[in-house]
Design a protein around this ligand. Sequence first.
Ligand SMILES: NC(=O)c1ccc[n+]([C@@H]2O[C@H](COP(=O)([O-])OP(=O)(O)OC[C@H]3O[C@@H](n4cnc5c(N)ncnc54)[C@H](OP(=O)(O)O)[C@@H]3O)[C@@H](O)[C@H]2O)c1
Length: 397
Amino acid sequence: MSGEQATAAEPPKQEEDKKPQDETKLEDEQQQQQQAATAAAAATPAQEEASYRALLLSGYGGYDKVKLHTKKGAPAPKAGELLLRVKACGLNFADLMARQGLYDRLPSPPVTPGMECSGVVEAVGEGVSERQVGDKVIAMNKFGMWQELVVVPVGHTFLMPDGMSFEEAAALPVNYVTAYMMLFDFGNLRPNQSVLVHMAAGGVGIAATQLCQTVQNVTVFGTSSSSKHEVIKQNGVTHAIDYRTMDYVDEIRKISPKGVDVVLDPLGGSDTSKAFNLLKPMGKLVTYGAANLLTGQKKNIMALAKTWWNQFSINAIQLMHSNKAVCGYHLGCLDGEMELIGTVMKTLLELYKQGKVKPKVDSVWPFEQVGDAMRQMQERKNVGKVLLVPEVKKEEN
Ligand SMILES: NC(=O)c1ccc[n+]([C@@H]2O[C@H](COP(=O)([O-])OP(=O)(O)OC[C@H]3O[C@@H](n4cnc5c(N)ncnc54)[C@H](OP(=O)(O)O)[C@@H]3O)[C@@H](O)[C@H]2O)c1
């Protein structure tokens, strides 16, 4: 249509031929610009009206740094990509750290955070044959998932099994992939062994405890606030320890004087050294977080200094003499390894279908209440996963 209009607007060929070549070129360019402007003006009503809601981190600091914004336009998938209508998104501990400027995998603000979501395929890009419009999927990305519409590479998505809710789907990827790779790829967990799971009532903690149950006779020591002990025991923790009022090392030694086979360490600082010392010979420590850095809403320089000062350190000779393994795990640094993550997701979705794992949702918050959602996690109130949804919150039952 616009091509026809352009042709009709062209000056008669005879006159054009008489002009110098440069002048003709300039006129052509001016004409093209004019036509483009006319076309843009014609496209405005439909395209500029299109908008979608997105959460945006505007700078580093407290809860008020993440706000709801309206983005203009309609995102479209390119070759190999999908456009998803987001149904639920996961909030991760790393998002709390990112808000304080303590997580370097997120680009500088302004930026839309969010590493995982569930949703429905709304459009497919060229060359995509493995997904169709209407498919329900789980998606993972380095950031950018906390919005109503997202465009992701098809390889970052996984079909949701029948019967899985959008909330469960958004709660699964980061927590379960992390727990699975730590326990089985690094930890080599085997029957009759023991594991220390810190933050056992949190997203990764619940996932790790459930995955321990897939191996015969594994003893799980789980730390959490005492109010959460009933739930973590129901989830499979053998010995629940209130780390806030007790020395968890002493408590574990009372039950198992030799220590444990695997420690998952999300705390950092002096807790990493405690973890290493708690290992039995041939034990494995997987360090995967620095929760000790977070003491409140805003960055705490004292906590940073203390955690750095108490950083665990060992040399190769000491390591050899100790007969222990130290591993570091960071899912955010595996973003170029989607094939590897895909194989783990396949196993996890199979375990979900068999009823062996089931994400526990703590609470669901609309985008507008993102500050409250972050507070829920930061003030240690959550038991399981905290989720964000684009829709307005349903009434509590
Ligand atoms: N490396 C990776 O790839 C990777 C991936 C995912 C998560 N992680 C790490 O795994 C840990 C758990 O993450 P998550 O997303 O599942 O969160 P989460 O466990 O749900 O985090 C919240 C819970 O952690 C406990 N907690 C302990 N220290 C805390 C502190 N300083 N501030 C606030 N809460 C604290 C609180 O419960 P109680 O006090 O009652 O126990 C709180 O309810 C984090 O350290 C995170 O960075 C690492």
